[in-house]
Design a protein around this ligand. Structure first.
Ligand code: UD1
Length: 375
């Protein structure tokens, strides 16, 4: 069976890595006829070293077989560029299946392209719903799921969502979370003292036993960083928190651009916020795993903090990953200064949320996916 594995943006790389590892370990013991013929397609949605290549190095992902070089652009332009290039590759190679992960524009573009060529589509991380159609990812998730043949889900809420949308029961498979496979795998490497690429930054002396600890922030959602008033409020809240403990903020390129455009850099530089470029996976893991508090609008980090029991404030009004709230350490704090700070005051007075690791987030999701594909 020939399978295309698609990855395009930063959060895709963590999800594809364990699937490739599992396919390779199967292939090592399989006869020629049983081998899974996989090809990695990198759409090029993310292209900066820090957003793409550094992840290939840290996560030991082999060089892609195809690089589509889509780059940035409006949603239509980016999606169209990926579709046009991906169609050529599909026509040349005629795969039996296209496997897409997550909810980025590359996920949508490649699933539509494949399906229109009558190629089967498998979606890893299917069924998550924020019910917020102003989020580009919600549209990507809904469209991809609507046309996928196999729907691999990370949490039970997703099963309910897919059933409600009328998907066939046989198509829905609860496998756990490939992002957490990567987290556990890389954590082991960190424990064994694997070299961490530094990009000029070193995590030093910020152990949480040594005082008030530190907070780690990531922000990149257009609704948070492209709107001046919202971004001002969030930064004001972070500045307040930085009066109590260092706030370390590796900033997405989009976020850095808007912070500069809105003239906020001076306020940040004068505060206890330490702004950094986006960090490679291992360096970032080393940083956030020991943080006293993570504040984020990322999807993946909500899950990762839950898996390691790190308190997490999600700077959004909703989440498509409710298990992180119901069972994990995640709290939705909204996007206003008041909302963030009122939860922060509760946190400071000791009301931190204890969580548990959700079902099947055990480091074996890729194993379940690949075993099912083989069967
Ligand atoms: C994308 C995903 C989002 C995911 C995020 C993770 C979509 C709709 N959004 O958002 O779900 O959480 O990736 O990072 O697919 N840029 C660079 N260098 C890069 C990539 C982007 O400078 O390597 C800048 C460009 O100015 C670009 C902007 O970031 O226009 C946005 O990039 P884009 O890929 O459109 O979306 P993200 O905001 O990264």
């Amino acid at each position: 069976m020939k399978i295309f594995l698609v990855a395009g943006a930063r959060p895709n790389f963590m999800k594809i890595a364990p699937i490739i590892r599992r396919m390779e370990s199967w292939n090592a013991g399989a006869s020629a006829g049983e081998k899974l013929l996989w090809r990695l397609v990198h759409t090029g949605q993310h292209y900066d070293y820090a957003m793409s290549m550094s992840f290939f190095e840290d996560l030991m992902i082999p060089a892609p077989d195809y690089f589509l070089d889509a780059g940035s652009g409006s949603h239509a332009v980016q999606t169209a560029k990926i579709m046009t290039s991906f169609e050529k590759v599909c026509l040349d190679e005629n795969p039996d299946m296209v496997l897409v992960v997550g909810d980025v524009n590359s996920t949508l573009a490649c699933s539509i392209t494949a399906k229109k060529l009558n190629i089967r589509v498998a979606h890893v991380e299917a069924g998550l719903r924020s019910r917020d159609m102003s989020m580009p990812e919600e549209i990507n998730r809904m469209v991809t799921d609507a046309i996928s043949d196999l729907l691999f889900v990370t949490e039970k809420s997703a099963i309910k969502n897919l059933r409600r949308e009328g998907h066939r029961e046989e198509a829905i498979v609860f496998v756990g979370n490939v992002m957490i496979d990567t987290l556990f795998f890389q954590l082991e490497k960190l424990k064994k003292g694997d070299q961490v690429q530094g990009m000029g930054y070193e995590v030093k002396g910020k152990d949480k036993d040594g005082g008030d600890g530190y907070a780690v922030v990531t922000l990149h959602r257009p609704s948070n960083v492209d709107d001046k008033e919202t971004l001002f409020g969030i930064i004001e809240a972070l500045i307040r928190i930085s009066e109590d403990m260092p706030v370390i903020f590796p900033a997405h390129p989009r976020t850095k651009k808007t912070i500069e455009a809105f003239g906020l850099m001076g306020r940040i530089n004068a505060s206890g916020i330490e702004m950094l470029p986006p960090l490679p996976y291992m360096l970032f893991l080393q940083l956030w795993k020991d943080a006293s508090l993570v504040l984020t609008d990322s999807g993946g980090l909500q899950e990762e903090t839950t898996a390691l029991g790190v308190p997490c404030f999600t700077i959004r009004e909703n989440t498509e990953r409710p298990v992180t709230i119901d069972e994990g350490t995640n709290i939705l704090v909204g996007t206003t200064k008041q909302g963030i700070l009122s939860e922060y005051e509760a946190f400071r007075s000791g009301a931190s949320k204890k969580g548990r690791v959700p079902e099947l987030w055990d480091g074996k999701a890729a194993e379940r996916i690949v075993d099912l594909l083989i069967r």
